[in-house]
Design a protein around this ligand. Structure first.
Ligand SMILES: NC(=O)C1=CN([C@@H]2O[C@H](COP(=O)(O)OP(=O)(O)OC[C@H]3O[C@@H](n4cnc5c(N)ncnc54)[C@H](OP(=O)(O)O)[C@@H]3O)[C@@H](O)[C@H]2O)C=CC1
Ligand SMILES: O=C(CO)COP(=O)(O)O
Length: 306
């Protein structure tokens, strides 16, 4: 929808032929109810048709990106830019999204799009700004020109890793903040936890070579603020339900649940302290109760702020 609004000729590809046929006839995707899929958008389930595009945006969950790109790679006939829209880190390999694309489609040009952008807001034409990163600045800039419009303002960057880290880590931290809100710890705790969450996101990012401007930018701090403060966020909503002792919302993808264990594996392999993310992983895996995790965080030794 964003690309069509920017004047591009768009093909929307769904993996399931029946879903594609339904979207083509109703002009509505059941995953985004109430949003009209513009008449000029071609809807298909044929990857070969989609693969002819000059630019590909892949919006599967992070853990399914490799499978989707593997299937797509067989149909690519040129070094097409492939933009990851997923936010996460692959289990097992501990790879970030553009590394997964580079492995699965070695002749493609990987890029990453991330930032504060609830799909529902964006599809309805509400304004936001995001970051689009590729190793090659000219490519990142060309992709921004292709996708940007007055309501969707991408900024280009070459800090691919920084953008990937912000998007992956903020989901885990939003679960933590949701838990705190669900436990009624108060608005001050919400702000304090979001800020200490950012401190560990930035620590992790710097250790992995991300630039500070990226970490405090749209795809880092920007998306963290959005996700840690909005009921619209599925990650925040998951944490909120856990904090309240309720069943988490069914059938909603909360990427932080999948990112938490691999994020802390990566962090501990590099000796990076991420106590909030560790607490989330421990709660989700059943290694800690919520109350023990909160008490563990609040009784850590006092130290200098950094
Ligand atoms: N929703 C949002 O506001 C935002 C989401 N993101 C990120 O985008 C990614 C996707 O999220 P979202 O769209 O919300 O998730 P949804 O669960 O709503 O949709 C996932 C889509 O991926 C498809 N899919 C799942 N597995 C595969 C597979 N193996 N091969 C091909 N297609 C597959 C699903 O197809 P089917 O319908 O057939 O199941 C569905 O169309 C996540 O990483 C998320 O963090 C980023 C910014 C905002
Ligand atoms: O990434 C998002 C907004 O930028 C969407 O957040 P949730 O996946 O938590 O809903």
């Amino acid at each position: 929808t964003v690309a069509a609004r920017a004047g591009r000729a768009v093909t929307l590809c769904a993996r399931n032929a029946e879903h594609a046929a339904r979207i083509a006839s109703t002009r509505e995707n059941p995953r985004l109810p109430g949003v009209q899929v513009a008449a000029e958008i071609v809807v298909t389930s044929e990857l070969a048709l989609a693969a002819r595009a000059d630019m590909l945006l892949i919006a599967t969950p992070a853990q399914h990106l490799r499978g989707a790109v593997n299937m797509l790679a067989a149909h690519l006939t040129k070094p097409t830019p492939i933009v990851a829209c997923a936010k996460g880190i692959e289990h097992g390999t501990r790879k970030f999204m553009t590394d997964v694309i580079a492995e699965a489609a070695p002749h493609a040009q990987p890029a990453i799009l991330s930032g504060p952008s609830f799909a529902d807001d964006v599809a309805r034409g509400l304004p936001t700004a995001v970051t689009l990163a590729a190793k090659d600045e000219a490519l990142a800039s060309a992709l921004v020109q292709a996708l940007g419009s007055p309501t969707f303002r991408p900024y280009h960057s070459t800090d691919v890793r920084g953008v990937e880290i912000g998007g992956a880590a903020k989901n885990v931290l939003a679960i933590a903040v949701g838990i705190a809100v669900g436990r009624k710890l108060g608005a001050s705790a919400q702000a304090a936890l979001t800020t200490r969450g950012f401190a560990e996101l930035a620590r992790f990012g710097r250790a992995l070579g991300a630039r500070s401007e990226t970490l405090v930018g749209l795809s880092g701090l920007g998306d963290l603020i959005l996700t840690c403060s909005s009921l619209q966020s599925r990650n925040f909503a998951l944490g909120l339900a856990l904090g309240r002792g309720e069943q988490p919302p069914a059938g909603k993808l909360a990427e932080g649940e999948f990112t938490a264990p691999v994020l802390i594996e990566l962090a501990s392999s590099q000796n990076i302290e991420m106590p909030v993310s560790e607490a989330v992983a421990a709660i989700l895996s059943g290694r800690s109760t919520i109350d023990a995790a909160i008490s563990g965080l609040l009784t850590r030794p006092f130290k200098a702020e950094e």
